[in-house]
Design a protein around this ligand. Structure first.
Ligand code: SIN
Length: 489
C-alpha cells in the first residue's frame, strides 16, 4: 500500500516498507506500507501548501458540503472499515464501529460549523469606525495520531482543520496505517480537491520530519506524554502552534451510596473496554471502604468471565493489545504490581489455543494500591485496574487528584451535593457522574489538564481555537485621520 500525496497513491521515495500486522494473530501480515523519507514528507507538505491557496478561498459552507458527504460515505463503508480496523489494531467490531461513528458525528458536526465560524464585532472607541474580527485558516497542519482510535481521533483534528480552510498532512500510527488510507479514499470520494489532504506513512522519523518542516504551521498530536512533550518543545523553538492530547490515569470513585450494579458495569467497560488502551480508560478505582470488598469480589468474578479473543469473532469482549512492545511493557507493569500490591484477577498473558499467536493479556486487577505504588502513578495503557480504598469523600477526591495527569474522571453517587462538589474539585478536563471515564461526544470539548494536555481542546467549537488565527479589522469611514488614544482623550 502507498502514501496519498496530492491526490495520488505514491510509493515512498526510500523504497523501504514496514509490515502491518494483525495483533490477534501475528502470522497475518496485512500489507506492507511505505517507510516515508524526508523527501516524501516534503512532497506531501508541498502539495498541501499549494492546495491551501485555493482551499482557503473556497466558501466555508462549500467545504462543509464535502465534509457532509464524507460523513455519508463513512456511514456507507462503516462495516467494511470496522473490519479493516479490527484486523489491524485488535479492538472488537462493536468498538471499531463506535470509533467510526465518532468520525461520522464529527463530519456532520464540522460541516454545520462551517456556517458558524463566527468572529465578533464590537463598538469602536471612535466615531464612524467599525471593529470586526474573523477566524482565518492558518495553512498546512501536520497531524500525528496513535493507533487506539485510528479514525475517530484523526477525525477530531483533520475534519475541523479542513472545515476552517486549512490543508493537512496526516502521519498515522504505523500500527494502524490501513484505516488512514481508507480515510483518504473517503475524503477523495467526497470531493476533496487534490493536495488538501495527504497521508504519509512511517515511523517516528517521518513524524519528526513533519514537525520540522518549515511550511507546517500547526501540529496536532495525540500519543504518549514523552513524545508530545518533545514535540511541544520543538514547536516552541520553531514558533509553531501545537495541540497535544497525551496520557491519562483516570480514576473512578464509587461512594457507599452508589448504585453498585451501575458502578460495576461502568468499571468493567471503562477499564477493560478497548483492552484498556484508551486515553480515557479507567485505570484507578477508588472505593469507599463500606462497599470495597463487595465491589472487588464482583469485579473479580465478572472480569474473569470476559471473553478474550480475536475482535473479528462474534462473542469476543476483549481484544489483544496492539503489539509485542506494548505487551512487554504492560507485562512488566503487571510484574511490578505483583511485587508491590495484591493481584486478585488476571496478571498473565493468555496464550490459550489460537491466542498463542496474538498479544492477549487477561483483565488484571490489583488491590491494596496506594498513591505510592507504580500502578497507581504510571499510565499502563492496557487491561490493568488498580483499586484503592478510602474512608471518606474528601479522601477520595484527594486521591483522585494525586496524579500527574488530568484527562477524565468519574464519580458514582446518589448524593447530588457530592456530585457537584466533585465536578468542581476533581482536577481533570472531563468528569462523568454515574458513568464510566471513557468516551466523547463530537460537539463537546475533549482534552485534559496537567500532564495530559497543553491547554487546547478538541471537539465542539473549541477545536477552532487550534485551527484558526484571529484577524482583527478596523474600518474607518470618518474621512479624516483619527488618532486612537490621542484625539479622544
Ligand atoms: C480515548 O479515550 O482515547 C478517546 C476517547 C474516545 O474517542 O472515546
Amino acid at each position: 500500500m502507498k502514501n496519498y500525496i496530492n491526490g495520488t497513491w505514491t510509493a515512498s521515495e526510500s523504497g523501504r516498507t514496514f509490515p502491518n500486522i494483525n495483533p490477534a494473530d501475528n502470522r497475518d501480515v496485512i500489507a506492507e506500507f511505505p517507510l516515508s523519507s524526508s523527501a516524501d514528507v516534503s512532497s506531501a507538505v508541498q502539495a498541501a501548501s499549494t492546495a491551501f491557496q485555493s482551499w482557503k478561498l473556497t466558501p466555508a459552507p462549500k467545504r462543509g458540503d464535502i465534509l457532509r458527504r464524507a460523513g455519508d460515505i463513512f456511514t456507507r463503508r462503516k462495516d467494511e472499515l470496522a473490519d479493516v480496523m479490527t484486523r489491524e489494531m485488535g479492538k472488537t467490531l462493536t468498538e471499531t464501529k463506535g470509533d467510526i461513528q465518532e468520525a461520522i458525528d464529527t463530519a456532520y458536526y464540522a460541516a454545520t460549523e462551517t456556517r458558524r465560524l463566527f468572529g465578533y464585532t464590537a463598538p469602536s472607541e471612535m466615531h464612524n469606525k467599525m471593529n470586526l474580527s474573523f477566524r482565518m485558516p492558518i495553512g498546512v497542519c501536520g497531524i500525528i495520531t496513535a493507533w487506539n482510535f485510528p479514525i475517530a481521533v484523526p477525525s477530531w483534528k483533520i475534519l475541523p482543520a479542513l472545515a476552517a480552510g486549512n490543508t493537512v498532512v496526516f502521519k498515522p500510527s504505523d500500527d494502524s496505517p490501513h484505516s488512514a488510507n481508507i480515510f483518504a479514499e473517503i475524503l477523495e470520494e467526497a470531493g476533496l480537491p487534490a493536495g488538501v489532504f495527504n497521508v504519509i506513512h512511517g515511523d517516528a522519523e517521518a513524524g519528526a520530519e513533519l514537525v520540522e518542516h518549515p511550511d507546517v504551521r500547526v501540529v496536532g498530536f495525540t500519543g504518549s506524554t514523552q513524545t508530545g512533550t518533545a514535540i511541544a518543545a520543538r514547536c516552541a523553538q520553531l514558533n509553531k502552534k501545537v495541540s497535544l492530547e497525551m496520557g491519562g490515569k483516570n480514576a473512578q470513585i464509587v461512594m457507599n451510596d452508589a448504585d453498585l450494579d451501575l458502578a460495576i458495569d461502568g468499571v468493567l467497560w471503562g477499564a477493560f473496554g478497548t483492552t484498556g488502551q484508551r486515553c480515557t480508560a479507567t485505570s484507578r478505582l477508588i472505593l469507599h471502604e463500606d462497599i470495597h470488598d463487595l465491589v472487588v469480589d464482583r469485579l473479580i468474578a465478572l472480569s474473569q468471565k470476559l471473553v478474550l479473543g480475536d475482535g473479528r469473532k462474534s462473542g469476543t469482549q476483549v481484544g489483544p493489545v496492539i503489539n509485542q512492545r506494548q505487551l512487554d511493557k504492560i507485562m512488566s507493569y503487571i510484574e511490578i504490581g505483583k511485587q508491590q500490591t495484591t493481584c486478585v484477577a488476571g496478571g498473565y498473558r493468555d496464550t490459550d489455543g489460537d491466542k498463542q499467536h496474538g498479544y492477549f493479556i487477561a483483565p488484571t486487577i490489583f488491590t491494596g494500591v496506594t498513591s505510592e505504588h507504580t500502578t497507581f502513578r504510571e499510565e499502563i495503557f492496557g487491561p490493568v485496574l488498580s483499586v484503592s480504598k478510602v474512608s471518606s469523600f474528601e479522601q477520595a477526591i484527594t486521591l483522585a487528584n494525586d496524579c500527574a495527569y488530568g484527562l477524565s474522571s468519574s464519580l458514582y453517587t446518589k448524593d447530588v451535593n457530592r456530585a457537584f462538589a466533585a465536578i468542581r474539585d476533581i482536577e481533570a478536563g472531563i468528569t462523568y457522574i454515574n458513568a464510566p471515564t471513557i468516551g466523547a461526544e463530537a460537539h463537546m470539548p475533549f482534552g485534559g489538564i496537567k500532564g495530559t494536555g497543553n491547554g487546547h481542546r478538541e471537539g465542539g467549537w473549541t477545536v477552532f481555537d487550534i485551527f484558526t488565527e484571529w484577524k482583527t479589522v478596523y474600518v474607518d469611514y470618518s474621512g479624516h485621520l483619527q488618532r486612537a488614544q490621542i484625539d479622544n482623550y
